[in-house]
Design a protein around this ligand. Structure first.
Ligand code: G3P
Ligand code: MG
Length: 259
């Protein structure tokens, strides 16, 4: 299959990583607003579950790096987001670690970000980032929530995950929402796995793409995206290879309007 025969792809090329990369506290609404101010119309976020099953945005399994959870919840030196109910997580400060101007910024739920994206016509890549041990459940619950939140919308979010079990869970509860397998290495059977999950795309560590691999993945009917691309030479290489999407921290360097 040539790239021209691929199914239509409604998403823009440029995707702002965790909202606005490192310019604002990652995965907070402040970050998505800043990414939008830089002209971005699609965002990547990381979603996991609270202990009572609320999908919320956070990259790490533990709360230490991006919240004041260690002081506020104090149960252990290294509290895990997935071990606490949303009522407790919603009280944390997810902005002060980044800068004083963002102190008090709360953790958002997936629903908060969905409302923001839908109201503004923005596209969203939801990376399902499960707390270890609850991969399939996280996929199922995120799928249920996304199906409800984007019901009736013309453009749906794009799910992605490094964990095939999470994508399988999302496929069960939201089969109509497109899925992508994230790859940091080309592990044995990865493409068979992606095809078995009905993935619409592969999202690779950008260094893994070359001409032959792009042709192969397009030939299987899947789109080719990259993370996390922060240098102009790398972006130019991926555009020349004919890949379909670029996730970047450098919302200040790359202008989506430039194509
Ligand atoms: O979804 C692309 C990228 O975010 C994957 O890596 O660790 O930044 O979530 P990470
Ligand atoms: Mg991510």
């Amino acid at each position: 299959m040539s790239a021209a025969l691929l199914a239509p792809w409604p998403y823009p090329r440029w995707i702002a990583h965790r909202g606005a990369g490192k310019l604002a506290p990652e995965n907070t609404l402040a970050a998505f607003r800043l990414g939008a101010q830089h002209g971005y119309r699609m965002f990547e976020c990381d979603a996991k579950l609270s202990s009572d099953g609320v999908p919320f945005l956070m990259h790490d399994a533990t709360l230490n790096r991006t919240t004041n959870g260690a002081q506020a919840l104090g149960a252990t030196a290294s509290p895990t987001g997935g071990d606490h109910p949303w009522a407790a997580l919603s009280q944390l400060d997810a902005g002060a670690w980044h800068s004083r101007s963002h102190a008090g910024e709360p953790l958002p739920t997936l629903e908060n970000l969905a409302r923001y994206c839908i109201a503004n016509g923005y596209f969203l890549n939801i990376e399902i980032k499960p707390t270890p041990g609850v991969e399939e459940k996280t996929g199922r619950v995120v799928g249920e929530h996304a199906a409800r939140l984007w019901q009736g919308q013309a453009v749906l979010p794009l799910f992605s995950s490094f964990r095939p079990e999470a994508l399988a869970g999302a496929q069960e509860t939201a089969p109509h929402i497109p899925r992508a397998l994230l790859l940091d290495t080309l592990w044995d059977g990865c493409f068979d796995q992606a095809r078995a999950l009905g993935c619409a795309a592969i999202v690779c560590n950008h260094a893994l793409w070359n001409k032959a691999l792009v042709a192969q993945v397009h030939g299987w009917g899947m789109r080719t995206l990259s993370y996390t691309v922060n240098d102009d030479w790398a972006a130019q290489r991926l555009i020349a290879l004919g890949t379909d999407g670029i996730i970047t921290d450098r919302v200040d360097l790359f202008s989506p309007a430039a194509g």
